[in-house]
Write a protein that binds this ligand. Structure first.
Ligand code: DAH
Length: 344
């Protein structure tokens, strides 16, 4: 049985027309590939015509064959052109977005690392019932020294460490005077933490600043003893520095506490084995502390027979330095964004 060459020529004309249209309409590489498979694929429309050429009457076979090859070439050319157009269009649209331009992030402020330390310390003591209170930075020598059992001729009260504003008026050299102010204003029991700035005539160097933060703590009640004091400090140390941190109390002297102790914690940088941060000792001193001296209770009018208490004072900038391994305190006070940005 033979097929009329004319009918195959008609089919070829249809394939060319519809194929060119499909290729021209393909708007993305996927659609173009579908058109290729449909018209030029191994089982596509053109292949089906070609496979039936053998059945065409011999006289028309050559014409049909030539025409089939011509349609194939024309579809292939169209396909190639369309593919180039699509690639060019894709490139043009991505050229309009310059991916190498630095992004413009929104400016976000951050909490200063020392402020963060202060807030965390106050939060931990808040869990133990301590209220956060503030006191004045300009202070009388009575609150700054005398009420705290520091005679004015004591080395700590010496002109050398203190900014005097006037006779009997100083920039407070510590936050301890707020202890006396709180006890004068409120009857026991009191539990307070007092963050704030203190001022000393110190040089501005790696480990000193003439204005620096302190946090004072004071707990007074009937029956407050050294055991409660240690438990409170250890609770703080574990919560602030981590549960593996050990603390030790070293005997010391402050005129307003008796006995007095300095609290050391195991160095968080070397875990106690000794490094430059802890000067090879494995320990870092974080606060001065002690049981409130009865002389202080007497100065503020508390019954020293009935009440006992403990107090402590620490430097959040030093603690921030230990926490972050910051080698120089000035970095915390110079306001240099290139340094501070890492803590945001
Ligand atoms: N006021 C002391 C200082 O500035 C720190 C301090 C030590 C505060 C012992 C206290 C304390 O309340 O009990 O060096």
């Amino acid at each position: 049985m033979t097929v009329a060459g004319a009918s195959l020529l008609d089919r070829l004309a249809g394939i060319e027309e519809k194929g060119l249209a499909a290729i021209g309409e393909a708007s993305d590489p996927g659609a173009l590939e579908s058109a290729r498979v449909e018209y030029l694929g191994r089982n596509g429309q053109l292949a089906r015509v070609m496979s039936s050429i053998g059945t065409v009457e011999a006289s028309a076979r050559r014409d049909v064959g030539q025409r089939a090859n011509a349609v194939k070439t024309s579809l292939r050319d169209a396909l190639e052109r369309r593919a180039q157009q699509l690639t060019a269009a894709a490139r043009a649209s991505s050229d309009r977005i310059d991916l190498t331009l630095p992004a413009r992030g929104r400016w976000v402020g951050g909490v200063h690392p020392v402020t963060r330390v202060i807030d965390e310390i106050c939060d931990i003591f808040a869990e133990l019932g301590f209220t956060r209170v503030l006191g004045p930075e300009i202070e009388s020598t009575w609150y700054n020294f005398t009420a705290l059992n520091i005679p004015l001729d004591h080395p700590a009260a010496d002109m050398m460490d203190t900014f005097y504003l006037d006779e009997g008026v100083v920039l407070r050299t510590h936050t301890s005077p707020v202890q006396a102010r709180v006890m004068e204003a409120y009857p026991p029991p009191v539990r307070v933490v007092v963050p704030g700035l203190a001022y000393r005539r110190d040089s501005f160097d790696r480990s000193h600043a003439p204005a620096f933060e302190q946090i004072e703590g004071l707990a007074v009640d009937e029956g407050v003893d050294f055991v409660e004091f240690r438990a409170a400090i250890e609770h703080f140390v574990r919560h602030f520095f981590g549960s593996g941190t050990k603390s030790r109390f070293r005997p010391s002297f402050y005129p307003f506490t008796e006995p007095s102790a300095e609290v050391d914690v195991t160095c968080s940088v070397c875990s106690g084995s000794g490094c430059s941060t802890c000067k090879r000792t494995g320990w870092i001193t974080i606060m001065g502390s002690g049981m409130v001296d009865p002389a202080v209770f007497e100065a503020v009018g508390y019954d020293a027979e009935r009440y006992t208490g403990y107090a402590f004072g620490m430097g959040p900038a030093r603690i921030a330095m230990v926490r972050h391994g910051i080698p120089d305190m000035r970095l915390l006070y110079e306001g240099e964004m290139s340094f501070l940005r890492q803590f945001i």
